[in-house]
Write a protein that binds this ligand. Structure first.
Ligand code: AMP
Ligand code: ZN
Ligand code: ZN
Length: 411
């Protein structure tokens, strides 16, 4: 095909216009930070001067309501897709797919990177398609095995990666030449979740974790100051869920109670997905568990309360168990891991206030000294799209109008 110089010139001109357009849109930098398992009320313990500063100069929501189930992977992915877990597909940290006989687990790196499981479009995919550069210093779903579904820059998850090194990584991205610099960056810390599981939400260890994470915010502010970006960066701090106290004295062995021959049990603690090979056994197992129902609920997927938005995905299984807050369910082999059932846990009913997380935001896009009630985490994706001046994906669950009032300018 012969392409005339005029045509080439025109294409170059259009590309130039697109680049100018992106530049002139003046998209602010936005850092989305997740403090895993940071309960909504942890900032009222008098340990968090940096959060207090943000409260005064930015936005604070009473709480951030998790999507159901109130678990890490489902909720981090709801935050970056604007979809309920049953719609984005990551319905738990461990999932069994009867269609492929494959198991997903957050400890199985190959499956964590397998794009098959992730049915929603993440904010970095939306942004990338529209020419906005993104980066992730850890986030569930950021390491997919398809290049175009990942942020432009990303780090492979390493639980023990030094906390300051993570901030330095973010700062280094912000020091890149303008044309390579990301406009949107994620950052993740597990500490409040890990200590919360081990010692419970009211422990001195959790208080130390709260202080430490708060002081990291101070470090980030100072480092942004050093590169002259303090006033031009939006910082949004969220958590995926809260934490509540559990005890090994509040434990129920569902395997024993079900007396089931062909059951496979996935997940434990707050929720359990039961897959029953012999479909003739489903009703009998259900009836047995229903008869003994105490401190847990047994559901066929179609019976799961509508408010959870969790009733049709085939990964839910034949039966679903939800523990009463503070109780745990498990199988016979879990008897050896009773230490897991002391301390704290999450995954329970997402209306239970202990399962709520935090939402704080500060920066050029946000109102100052502005407080609002509870926000649902599915609304964060449309908010991010608005800030990044990109068109959100259609058919999501979140709505911009449920959150846009926290922005300085509403169009
Ligand atoms: P859980 O308390 O079971 O809901 O999950 C919390 C755990 O998820 C943390 O302790 C981390 O080890 C793990 N985790 C968080 N982000 C990632 C990630 N991007 N890749 C793998 N594991 C992660
Ligand atoms: Zn979590
Ligand atoms: Zn956890």
């Amino acid at each position: 095909m012969k392409v005339s110089f005029n045509k080439v010139g025109f294409i170059i001109f259009l590309t130039f216009l697109a680049v100018i357009n992106l530049y002139s849109q003046n998209i602010p930098y936005t850092i989305l930070i997740s403090f895993d398992g940071f309960r909504w009320d942890y900032t009222s313990r008098g340990l968090t001067p940096n959060f207090d500063y943000i409260e005064k100069h930015g936005v604070k929501a009473l709480s951030l309501k998790s999507s159901f189930p109130s678990i890490t992977f489902p909720n981090h992915i709801s935050i970056v897709t604007g979809m309920y877990p049953q719609n984005h597909g990551v319905i738990a940290n461990t999932m069994y797919d009867p269609a492929t006989d494959k198991i997903y687990s957050l400890y199985d790196t190959a499956e964590v990177r397998n794009a098959y499981w992730y049915k929603g479009e993440m904010i970095w995919e939306t942004a990338r398609r529209q020419g906005v550069i993104t980066a992730s210093y850890f986030w569930p779903g950021s390491e997919m095995n398809l290049n175009y579904r990942r942020p432009n820059y990303y780090e492979k998850y390493e639980h023990n990666r030094d906390y300051l090194e993570r901030i330095n990584g973010v700062i280094n991205w912000l020091k890149l030449p303008y044309s390579e610099r990301p406009k949107f960056i994620t950052l993740y810390y597990d500490l409040t979740d890990s200590e919360g599981h081990r010692y419970g939400p009211d422990s001195p260890q959790v208080n130390a974790a709260i202080s430490k994470l708060d002081s990291l915010l101070g470090v980030l502010f100072n480092k942004l100051e050093e590169i002259n970006l303090r006033d031009s960066v939006n910082i949004i701090i969220v958590s995926d869920h809260g934490m509540t106290e559990i005890s090994k004295d509040r434990y129920l062995n569902i395997e024993e109670l079900s007396s089931c021959n062909s059951c496979k049990f996935f997940n434990r603690g707050a929720i359990m997905n039961i897959f029953i090979k012999d479909k003739n056994e489903v009703d009998a197992v259900y009836n047995r568990l229903k008869l003994k129902e105490s401190h847990y609920k047994v559901y066929k997927p179609s019976e799961i309360p509508a408010e959870y938005h969790f009733n049709y995905n085939h990964l839910i299984g034949d039966l679903f168990i939800l523990s009463e807050p503070g109780w745990s369910v498990g199988t016979t082999k879990d008897k050896d891991r009773m230490h897991d059932y002391n301390g704290g846990n999450h995954g329970f009913d997402n209306s239970f206030m202990d399962m709520h997380g935090i939402f704080y935001a500060i920066g050029p896009s946000f109102k100052e000294n502005y407080k609002t009630g509870t926000i649902e985490n599915i609304n964060i994706y449309p908010l991010l799209c608005k800030i990044l001046k990109i068109v959100p994906k259609q058919n999501i669950d979140g709505k911009l109008e449920n959150i846009s009032f926290i922005l300085k300018e509403r169009e």
